[in-house]
Design a protein around this ligand. Structure first.
Ligand code: SAM
Length: 253
């Protein structure tokens, strides 16, 4: 395969199991002029597992503005660049999104080298309706934006997918329960790794579970959409929210 110059390749890397690296990803990484990665230690270790040596340049949340310009200038000057993130598909809930947008803006060709992504891996095996779904990424750390985000989803009928870090899982489960009531939830943990786990549960049971178990690993949360349960739990959700409101009122009075 001949690589094109003046191109940004978004190269997908495994989310845990190195065997998920595609031959095309290895080929492209071996042929580009340089590789942009979120963390050069993580990127460098991955490349060396596949016997690839390339100049690396870091591109992450806090240097993305300047670094994006540098990378785009090098591509415009004739080089080809591969962007890899710490795991999975670049630009899905990671800084690759901004680099892809910047390059598009500057008329640079952006070419995807596809592979695994945590959200699709989780959804595919979750047993939740997958005909229509929405990916909600990470909830904001900021309480107000978090609440606004969740409020905008209150009547969402599609299956909802969230990413979450272990240290925020408990508070996210509490916020989801408060917004949606006791809905069906699938927790997909440590996908493609030795301790991969799918927990088919509900928001209330998940909250109880993680009161006793400390959340470890990486999580994808898959939440059933409003009114899509076969046993009409929409009214059950509403009853649950009502109970919660009454409890709050009692506590406040
Ligand atoms: N670009 C990546 C993708 O395509 O999936 C996602 C990057 S985002 C910064 C990292 C989040 O993805 C984690 O916090 C977690 O929610 C999810 N994730 C990544 N790897 C995972 C895995 N092996 N198991 C479960 N969730 C994972």
């Amino acid at each position: 395969m001949e690589l094109e110059k003046n191109t940004l390749y978004l190269v997908t890397t495994p989310i845990g199991n190195l065997s998920d690296m595609t031959p095309r990803a290895v080929e492209v990484l071996g042929k580009v002029d340089f590789v942009a990665c979120e963390d050069t230690r993580v990127g460098g270790a991955l490349l060396s597992r596949f016997g690839i040596k390339k100049p690396l340049i870091s591109y992450f949340e806090h240097n993305k503005r300047d670094r994006g310009e540098t990378i785009a200038a090098r591509i415009l000057a004739g080089e080809s660049c591969a962007m890899i993130s710490d795991a999975g598909t670049p630009a899905i809930s990671d800084p690759g999104e901004d680099l892809a947008a910047l390059c598009r803006e500057k008329g640079i060709k952006v070419s995807p080298i596809p592979g695994v992504s945590a959200l699709i891996t989780a959804l595919s095996a979750s047993g939740m309706p997958s005909g229509r779904f929405c990916f909600e990424g990470f909830l904001s750390m900021n309480r107000k934006s978090r609440r606004e985000h969740l409020a905008s989803l209150e009547h969402e009928r599609r299956t909802m997918i969230f990413y979450e870090a272990p240290h925020k899982l408990r508070s996210t489960l509490a916020d989801l329960l408060e917004t949606f009531g006791d809905r069906e939830l699938v927790i997909a943990r440590e996908l493609t790794k030795i301790h991969e786990e799918f927990i088919h549960t509900t928001l209330e049971k998940a909250q109880a579970l993680y009161e006793t178990v400390s959340p470890k690993g990486e999580f994808v949360l898959i939440l059933r959409g409003d009114g899509s349960e076969p046993d009409r739990p929409l009214s059950r959700n509403e009853r649950y929210r009502e109970k919660l409101r009454e409890k709050k009122e009692r506590e406040e009075s």
